[in-house]
Design a protein. Structure first.
Length: 198
């Protein structure tokens, strides 16, 4: 599979859909969205701002990674092959070898710490995506009020955006976490017993 990094036509960008807004296809996603929000009178931090930002992220992600074989405006669902190619392209973008299935790609992407806006900007601006190895640094970078998204909105339209989300509240969970009676969930499922009381 050849990786196509040619940007899609500007007319297909989410930002081109607004009548009283002139998109700048060379601008970063955040700068472009702030300009759009100002032109539409969306108040930063409001529910509408968060929802519209999530829609824009979802549409830009789909445009840059999942629309190789058909224009974004087509109402037809992407074929499984188109979806797999999109996920493989995402994997390549973040330095993961492409997988054989959509599920394998999603699982590999979930293990990779990458900011979604940085992923969009990789295509919008021709930048290299930063892959994080320090969860706390990634969390601090990503978890700012102006970066919040609507989870419900992220799950729509194929769930492409939702498949990249990381759980950032409360830190990263470790496997084999100990719970009731000093046992991991796995041990409890298998009926193993904890240490005996004296």
């Amino acid at each position: 599979m050849a990786e196509d990094t040619t940007p899609p036509p500007p007319s297909q960008s989410h930002f081109a859909k607004f009548e009283n807004f002139t998109p700048d296809d060379g601008a970063s996603f955040d700068n472009e969205f702030v300009r759009l929000a100002s032109s539409q009178n969306w108040i930063p931090g409001s529910q509408q701002y968060t929802q519209e930002r999530t829609i824009a992220m979802r549409q830009e992600l789909k445009l840059h990674y999942f629309s190789q074989s058909q224009p974004l405006g087509d109402v037809e669902e992407l074929t499984e092959e188109d979806q797999l190619n999109g996920y493989r392209t995402l994997c390549l973008e973040v330095g993961i070898p492409p997988c054989d299935t959509i599920l394998e790609c999603k699982e590999s992407l979930k293990k990779t710490l990458v900011n979604i806006v940085d992923l969009i900007d990789a295509r919008r601006m021709g930048k290299k995506v930063k892959v994080w190895h320090d969860f706390e640094a990634f969390r601090t970078y990503t978890l700012k009020d102006e970066n919040r998204i609507s989870i419900d909105e992220a799950k729509k339209d194929g769930g492409y955006l939702a498949s990249l989300l990381q759980r950032l509240q409360g830190g990263r969970r470790k496997r084999g976490r100990v719970g009731k009676a000093g046992l991991s969930k796995r041990d409890r499922r298998l009926g193993r017993r904890g240490p005996k009381a004296l």
